[in-house]
Ligand binder design. Structure first.
Ligand SMILES: *[C@@H]1O[C@H](CO)[C@@H](O)[C@H](O)[C@H]1NC(C)=O
Ligand SMILES: *[C@@H]1O[C@H](CO)[C@@H](O)[C@H](O)[C@H]1NC(C)=O
Ligand SMILES: *[C@@H]1O[C@H](CO)[C@@H](O)[C@H](O)[C@H]1NC(C)=O
Ligand SMILES: *[C@@H]1O[C@H](CO)[C@@H](O)[C@H](O)[C@H]1NC(C)=O
Ligand SMILES: *[C@@H]1O[C@H](CO)[C@@H](O)[C@H](O)[C@H]1NC(C)=O
Ligand SMILES: *[C@@H]1O[C@H](CO)[C@@H](O)[C@H](O)[C@H]1NC(C)=O
Length: 336
């Protein structure tokens, strides 16, 4: 055992701000290293590096205390309610608000310290810098981002990264967006104070990519905490009213041009083959004369009628038919 240090040295050590534990516990037990407080959204997590265990002795345990600005150091033992970080073997203490833990109030100024214990021996305390959750928190991207394409616009709905129950704090949202084809030119819209955002004045029928971020604004202290951007997602805007009108006009013009072209082609063909066309129109398809006769007088055998086709002249036949016709008419009347 070393002799106790002379009083002057103790004074100097105290003056340097070093922990000055009682001389008896100037043990070899090292303190936990690199204590860190993680404040991400609503998460409040203190962690540190483990102290190496002793020879064949029991496990190293840790002891966490907290302090608000004006209060004394207190054990983290059901205070905040539900969290116990006295004589724990894990190397972290999770204060995050749950239904059994209240967590540290987010506007409180909190200091934390931790010490290792082994078989009644204790290490020095190590402290993390004081923090206020709203001042030191890292904000994650907004949650549940829903994008609906509109007419030359995009409608974005989202949820805050985490719930806050403090009227002096609010989330603001920013949208980073760009045309997919021109990834270099980014624009930022915002701040928006609501969970429903409309990006208007976009080009219709164009693919836009976007990222959203939340920023926490602590209005009471004029402090803002920037947030992380959400992952990139892309959407095509719909046609707006004027584009639709343009489309209708284009279709109308297209149809008109097509019909005009067809009409022109017809006219051209008609002019080019004028003779042929005249021929077609002057000899319309007609029933052969003999068949016509047969239809007038079904009593006459069709074969006879067709035979008469070979008669020298139609005129002769006509003259005969004129003579015979009245008789035939009587026959027809008789048969009726
Ligand atoms: C562990 O044991 C070794 C020898 O076995 C000894 O030198 C060392 O001091 C012991 N460490 C502790 C922390 O007791
Ligand atoms: C928070 O408390 C620490 C000491 O506990 C103090 O040094 C610091 O200035 C306080 N911060 C604020 C913003 O009051
Ligand atoms: C801390 O507790 C919260 C709430 O139960 C949980 O969401 C989070 O994952 C925990 N963190 C770790 C590192 O266990
Ligand atoms: C928290 O509350 C939910 C529903 O109210 C319950 O299902 C869950 O078991 C509770 N968790 C704890 C650790 O009590
Ligand atoms: C919290 O932020 C303050 C300054 O705003 C800084 O002095 C302090 O060290 C931060 N606390 C932690 C744990 O980072
Ligand atoms: C809040 O802070 C910003 C810069 O961070 C400053 O431009 C603004 O004037 C401040 N507002 C008030 C009311 O102090």
């Amino acid at each position: 055992m070393r002799p106790p240090p002379p009083p002057l040295l103790l004074l100097l050590l105290g003056g340097c701000g070093a922990a000055a534990p009682p001389a008896d516990s100037l043990s070899q037990l090292p303190a936990p290293q690199n204590p860190k407080i993680r404040l991400y959204n609503a998460e409040q997590l203190l962690s540190w590096e483990p102290v190496p265990p002793g020879n064949g002795t029991g496990p190293v345990v840790y002891h966490v205390q907290f302090k608000y600005t004006t209060s004394q150091w207190s054990d983290v033992n059901n205070n905040p309610e539900g969290v116990n970080c006295v004589k724990i073997t894990t190397t972290e203490c999770n204060f995050t608000k749950t239904n059994i833990s209240k967590g540290f109030p987010m506007h409180f100024n909190v200091s934390l310290r931790v010490q290792a214990e082994l078989e009644g021996r204790v290490s020095a305390w190590v402290t993390v810098p004081w923090f206020q959750h709203f001042r030191n928190v890292t904000i994650g991207p907004p949650e549940n981002i829903w994008v609906t394409p509109g007419e030359g616009s995009l409608i974005i709905k989202l949820s805050p990264p985490f719930d806050i129950y403090d009227s002096t704090v609010a989330f603001q949202y920013y949208v980073h967006y760009w045309e997919k084809e021109k990834a270099g030119i980014q624009k930022v819209a915002g701040p928006f104070m609501t969970n429903s955002i409309v990006l208007s004045d976009l080009k219709p029928l164009t693919v836009y990519c976007l990222q959203v971020k939340a920023q926490l604004l602590w209005t009471m202290l004029n402090i803002s905490r920037p947030g992380h951007l959400s992952s990139i997602s892309c959407y095509e805007t719909m046609a707006d009213a004027s584009t639709k009108l343009q489309q209708v006009i284009l279709i109308a013009i297209g149809t008109f041009l097509l019909l005009s072209a067809m009409a022109g082609a017809c006219l051209f063909l008609v002019l080019k083959y004028r003779g042929l066309v005249k021929y077609w129109f002057q000899s319309p398809p007609s029933i052969p004369v003999q068949i016509e006769e047969y239809l007038k007088d079904p009593a006459q055998p069709i074969l006879d009628a067709l035979d008469k086709d070979s008669s020298p002249t139609e005129d002769a036949w006509d003259s005969v038919s004129v003579v015979v016709f009245p008789e035939k008419e009587e026959d027809v009347l008789q048969t009726l």
